[in-house]
Design a protein around this ligand. Structure first.
Ligand code: MN
Length: 196
């Protein structure tokens, strides 16, 4: 089935024209966010936009830019769409108490294998295998995720790793060299001090 923007896309060369490429339904681009969360244990909440909410994982060490370096990702509850912008302090006694920073954000596109039937991200999530390209401010390129244990929401264990593409770079370590917020430019300390 042709996308509603098929003609628009056909008539234009976006490498020469600055016009917007548009959100072609088939390209299926959605948002992602990584929130650095200084709770009882510091971790990175990785969230991928699905149809109605953000599928979420807690990644204790954060994502690596080195190809095939697996990081543990523990599935957590889905979060509402407006959570993606949240930066602030959750009261210590409350669930997830601690400081939250928008560490990276941007869009992602599912990577569809040529020989297999394209499936929705929701179906891939249910089947325990995801592959996508990130277009963030700190993280770019292909990543894959695989469920390794459990299959009932927040008991699920996954791994996430960088695919070996042009954006893979074992020398980069953005978790330590780019520690500040992409939303406000602030450090965790500054957010802790300035927000209530
Ligand atoms: Mn968290």
């Amino acid at each position: 089935m042709k996308s509603p923007l098929h003609q628009y896309t056909q008539k234009r060369n976006f490498s020469k024209s600055p016009e917007p490429k548009g959100r072609d339904g088939k390209r299926n681009r959605h948002h992602f966010v990584i929130q650095k969360h200084d709770a009882a244990q510091l971790h990175y909440d990785f969230r991928l936009e699905m149809k109605d909410s953000f599928a979420s994982w807690a990644v204790p060490k954060g994502l690596s830019t080195a190809a095939n370096e697996k990081r543990l990702a523990i599935r957590t509850e889905d979060h509402p769409k407006d959570y993606a912008d949240f930066e602030g302090n959750i009261p210590k006694q409350e669930y997830g108490g601690g400081t939250v920073m928008v560490w990276d954000n941007g869009t992602y596109e599912p990577i569809v294998d040529k020989d297999t039937e394209p499936k929705s991200m929701e179906a891939a999530l249910d089947q325990g295998s995801l592959k996508f390209n990130l277009r963030g401010k700190k993280l770019q390129g292909g990543y894959a995720m695989a469920r390794t244990r459990g299959k009932d929401g927040d008991q699920e264990q996954w791994v996430i790793f960088k695919l070996d593409d042009d954006c893979a770079d074992a020398r980069r370590n953005p978790v330590s060299t780019q520690p500040k917020s992409v939303k406000s430019g602030r450090s965790l300390k500054a957010i802790k001090r300035e927000e209530r």
